[in-house]
Design a protein around this ligand. Structure first.
Ligand code: FAD
Length: 246
């Protein structure tokens, strides 16, 4: 068997430098970068199987494959701020994906699915902005907190859809902690591999000292959501590295 000429890692910085390379001393710029690296808000996901397509009170929404339920810009600002402060938002922004609006074959004939993303889910919960849900003293997500919060989401959703609850076959919710348990790369349920503020984005991602996806180990490269040019399904970092190696 031939030895690999190089290794490309698509993982979060903690996995690469503190786990996969844990036996190697780190240069100072990497240690500093790791200490400064921040993860972003957590994410929560909900999935519904429905007996029939949802009857939106605004019927035109039934044709939209991805819509957002929010009181508006102020609502997003408030929910985002509450989440940043560790609170379960009182009125969260709900991203509603309706895959079956575009492709009915994704559910059995006549039935439908909804895919909900809640992008304002605290990684560590300090309280509930609505003062309704009791949160554990250690701030960890539990099944009880997840389901109570999912009920809040469902109530908002149901206020926009006629007969929603009678139309539900099943609901499944995934808290930020559940997402991290399924993929160690989703630290605290952060779906984007680290905070995407300007100081930690593009050329400064993951660290200010990062250059062309190189690491301090020769022929070991770091790509993925935590690296330049940032997260998403576009595979930008791998594309850029392939070009430079090619
Ligand atoms: C719920 C959700 C919805 C999203 N929606 C969108 C969207 O609509 N559009 C969009 O563009 N982006 C979306 N994203 C973001 C997008 O999925 C990520 O930016 C992208 O998948 C990151 O790719 P990656 O290769 O960096 O990491 P990952 O896809 O997380 O892959 C890294 C892999 O490495 C594995 N790994 C980590 N550490 C180790 C280790 N030590 N040993 C072995 N294996 C390890 C992980 O288990 C994982 O399989 C979403 C993310 C989530 C979570």
């Amino acid at each position: 068997m031939n030895a690999a000429q190089g290794v490309i890692c698509s993982v979060a910085p903690g996995q690469l430098y503190q786990r996969l390379l844990k036996d190697r001393p780190l240069p100072e710029d990497v240690s500093t970068g790791l200490a400064r690296f921040r993860y972003a808000k957590g994410d929560m996901q909900m999935h519904y199987a429905l007996k029939a397509p949802p009857r939106w009170k605004s019927p035109e929404l039934g044709k939209v494959t991805l819509l957002h339920l929010t009181p508006g810009l102020d609502g997003v600002s408030r929910a985002s701020n509450e989440c940043e402060r560790g609170l379960l938002p009182a009125v969260p922004t709900i991203c509603v994906g309706q895959p079956t609006a575009l492709d009915p074959s994704r559910a059995p004939e006549g039935k439908a699915i909804l895919w909900l993303q809640l992008p304002e889910a605290p990684r560590v919960i300090k309280g509930d902005a609505a003062n309704e849900i009791a949160v554990p003293a250690d701030g960890k997500w539990t099944d009880a907190v997840r389901e109570a919060y999912a009920d809040r989401i469902e109530a908002i959703l149901a206020s926009h859809i006629d007969g929603f609850r009678d139309n539900v076959i099943a609901r499944r919710a995934y808290s930020p902690a559940d997402l991290e348990a399924m993929n160690v790369n989703l630290v605290g349920g952060d779906p984007y591999g680290g905070f995407c503020g300007l100081d930690q984005f593009f050329l400064w991602r993951p660290f200010k000292s990062s250059v062309n996806h190189k690491t301090h180990v020769p022929d070991l490269y770091h790509i993925g959501a935590s690296t330049h040019p940032g997260p998403g399904l576009g595979g930008g970092s791998g594309f850029l590295l392939a070009q430079s190696l090619g």
